[in-house]
Design a protein around this ligand. Structure first.
Ligand SMILES: [Zn+2]
Ligand SMILES: [Zn+2]
Ligand SMILES: [Zn+2]
Length: 140
């Protein structure tokens, strides 16, 4: 297939780089629409899966099963800590997980094992807000 959609892919790549944390194709499409790029949702989907396939973007599933993407700073294998409220994302190493995954795969005779481990939670700021809201609710 010809590379006639290259500028669109570049535009999607830029929008992804500007995003705060992991974003869905819909979210990115909405951002691009505000900028009047004329890029359709199907093109955004295609660009994102292309970026993920070439290793230019990380992809994961949100707890409700939605595919999310992010242009991470770390190129090497890593994991993520993600705030489910504000989307803050921290790229983390997980040495224990690497060893456990390799050992467990080998134990069952598996080779070329890969794994996806991401932690979803509330960041300190959001937890503080949540605590304050809970306090208010208790006093009310
Ligand atoms: Zn990443
Ligand atoms: Zn947060
Ligand atoms: Zn790992």
């Amino acid at each position: 297939m010809a590379q006639r959609n290259t500028w669109q892919r570049e535009r999607v790549r830029d929008a992804l780089a500007d995003a705060r944390g992991f974003v869905s194709a819909q979210t990115l499409h909405a951002t691009l629409r505000e900028e009047n790029t004329g890029i359709g949702l199907a093109t955004v989907y295609r660009a994102l899966s292309g970026l993920a396939a070439s290793g230019d973007a990380d992809t994961l599933q949100s707890p409700d099963g939605e595919a999310l993407y992010r242009a991470c700073e770390t190129q090497a294998h890593h994991h993520h800590l993600i705030c489910r409220s504000c989307g803050l994302t921290v790229e983390i190493e997980a040495t224990d997980v690497e060893q456990w995954a390799r050992r467990t795969a080998a134990l069952h005779g598996f080779r070329d094992a890969e794994h996806v481990v991401d932690i979803f939670g509330l960041c300190g700021a959001c937890a503080g807000i949540a605590d304050a809201a809970a306090d208010r609710a208790e006093k009310a």
